[in-house]
Design a protein around this ligand. Sequence first.
Ligand code: NAP
Length: 248
Amino acid sequence: MKLLEEKTVLITGASRGIGRGMALKFAEAGAQVAFTYRSSAEKAKALEEELSSFGKKCKGYQSDAGEYKAAEELINNVVEEFGTIDVLVNNAGITRDGLLMRMSEEDWNEVIDTNLKSVFNTTKAIQRTLLKQRSGSIINLTSIVGIKGNAGQTNYAASKAGIIGFTKSVALELGSRNIRCNAIAPGFIETEMTAELDENTVKEWAAAIPLKRAGTIDDVANLALFLGSDLSTYVTGQVIQVDGGMLT
Ligand code: NAP
């Protein structure tokens, strides 16, 4: 039997990058996969087609992670169409980098809403479903930047640090109902998000990695698979780094 046979997974922000990699990994492990995107409709369609080759139900939903009402609608639709949700992966995220001196209120708000409020939105909206079935695994994508901070990323670091506090609190609130909540803290992973960084920052980051390479999408997806599956039934409230030893 495959690791996620008969499980349904919902991943936010999976049209590209780490989210997309996790969607494929979960489908390969036997799960039904629902996912969201904000604007990449064509990429979402292409992913739906790829996922359907695994022979399980799959569907992409256009849904803005920062909107509470949209999250409620999303959870209702997925539960109605898939039957339930066993694993929620809060992955959608953006950067709007710049020194605090020059950061606009809009850049602050957009990052906090998309990266942090989004996690509140879906987690709150899914709670009743998970409580009813007395099981569930919630996986939140934070970052090592949320642990150590980063110049030029006050908004992003604050959103990711907030996710850590939220994750630990949800683990404490819902543990007695067999609902687990953990966070993945990637270091430097090659995706479109990191492709935006300037060359010097990339060199600095790469030099600081003991394993001497950037992380791959698969490195992160493998940990998500572990946290979403019954291999991790005694793991909750944890922040697990996938960073090649960068922050030790
Ligand atoms: P990415 O390649 O930029 O992809 C971001 C995904 O999020 C896209 O599918 C995008 O959808 C979606 N998204 C953005 N805003 C959204 C919104 N408002 N509503 C719904 N979906 C939205 O990013 P990534 O590198 O894969 O990062 C994924 C997660 O890992 C993020 O939370 C990021 O902070 C975290 N992380 C990444 C790294 C890294 O090195 N890459 C390191 C640490 C943490 P559209 O295509 O429709 O815009």
